[in-house]
Design a protein around this ligand. Structure first.
Ligand code: ATP
Ligand code: MG
Length: 369
């Protein structure tokens, strides 16, 4: 059974897509694609995120359609790459998060990316809007990847942690003992603060390999002030986004930020990501030995990886060591969630999201053309 997973992450750095075969004992990747957005789409995403909720419905609809076309293009390329006659059962498309406010009254989460457009242009049934049902059941609607991590990465002998470092970082604990619950939550910022600061001072989209941060000297006071934010010590379930962790958040928590050399500040932001992950890990496993695997773009940040290695008791690997490249884990999760949905199997872990029960995740869009 072949499924496509499509993802446009909080970093809005492009679309990731995978075409995979799901088997009883795991999955096999047939094709992968990373695609840029069409001209203007990235700017529109960033502008709408910045102004939300002060945005016209029409503007959101326009982006929804344009992103749907880009997602469909990615899916078409995957189908072509897999060869003629490839029959895809369904596409799972996460979409692009514009706003995530699970704590708002009423709770809100908004993803755009035209699942109906994708279904119509590809002719393949598409599952989208994955977070809504969990949110409606009292959950955070996030993170959703832990259920997938549980399905493919859990071991019977060793306790494991899977950490996805995208714009935001999220962690999943997979105890070897199957009677113990899987835990999962957003630990806080992943790359987003580092990316934003790096863009301001170097013009680069991100700090390649963390080389700029590696040259900085740690501003200890800033790190302490940022880590004192109550988000980090709040109990799970919890999830967050760019609307919470942005540069103004940093400036507010540490008003003397101008006194710090930009390169040192970058080192500080890297330290906040590393320490918040390490503290979350210690909160779960204490000093027990466990394996830790990193996925997401943060796995390519050499400086961040080496800092995490210092913090982890038994070393750090990327998900490559588990047979799945860190670049494709999230997209694979949404292919897997599409499979769950079309087979009417629940997709959430209530113990992770805080939902009152297991629910089907996603709405099914069938091609109308
Ligand atoms: N070579 C690299 N060096 C440093 N950082 C990198 C490198 N490659 C990728 N990254 C970081 O990874 C980020 C993209 O990661 P990813 O696509 O996992 O995040 P995302 O799109 O926010 O995903 P999600 O929200 O699904 O977790 C980039 O913005 C950058 O910060
Ligand atoms: Mg991305």
């Amino acid at each position: 059974m072949l499924f496509i997973g499509l993802m446009s992450g909080t970093s809005a750095d492009g679309i990731d897509g995978v075409l995979i075969e799901l088997m009883d004992n795991g999955l096999r990747i047939f094709a992968t694609r990373s695609m840029d957005y069409s001209p203007g789409v990235k700017e529109s995403i960033e502008s709408i995120i910045r102004r939300y909720p002060n945005v016209d419905d029409g503007e959101i609809e326009h982006l929804d359609e344009a992103l749907g076309v880009d997602f469909a293009r990615t899916a078409e390329e995957l189908i072509q790459a897999a060869g003629p006659g490839t029959a895809v059962s369904a596409i799972g498309s996460h979409g692009q998060t514009i706003y995530h406010g699970p704590g708002d009254e009423p709770p809100v989460t908004l993803q755009v990316g035209g699942p109906q457009v994708i279904a119509d242009l590809t002719g393949v049934t598409t599952v989208g809007n994955f977070r809504a049902n969990d949110l409606r059941t009292g959950g955070q609607g996030a993170p959703l990847a832990p259920a997938f991590h549980n399905a493919v990465f859990r071991d019977r002998e060793v306790d494991r942690l899977i950490v996805n470092i995208g714009g935001i970082a999220n962690l999943t604990s997979l105890p070897a003992d199957r009677t113990r619950p899987v835990l999962g939550f957003d630990t806080g910022p992943g790359n987003t603060l580092m990316d934003q600061w790096c863009r301001v001072w170097t013009g680069l989209r991100y700090d390649i390999d963390g080389s700029w941060a590696a040259r900085g000297e740690l501003p200890r006071e800033l790190v302490d002030a940022l880590l004192a934010d109550p988000y980090f010590s709040a109990p799970a379930p919890k999830s967050t986004g760019r609307e919470y962790f942005h540069l103004d958040w940093m400036k507010k928590r540490y008003p003397r930020w101008r006194d710090i050399d930009p390169v040192d500040l970058q080192a500080g932001l890297l330290e906040v990501t590393a320490l918040s992950i390490a503290q979350a890990a210690a909160g779960i496993y204490g000093t027990h030995s466990y394996e830790i695997y990193i996925g997401g773009g943060g796995a390519h940040n050499a400086a961040l990886m080496s800092r995490l290695e210092m913090l982890a008791p038994a070393g750090v690997d990327t998900t490559d060591a588990l047979g799945l490249s860190p670049d494709w884990v999230e997209a694979c999760a949404f292919a897997w969630l599409a499979h769950r949905r079309i087979h009417n199997l629940p997709g959430n872990l209530p113990g992770v999201t805080g939902a009152s029960r297991e629910v089907l995740l996603g709405e099914i869009y069938t091609p109308t053309a």
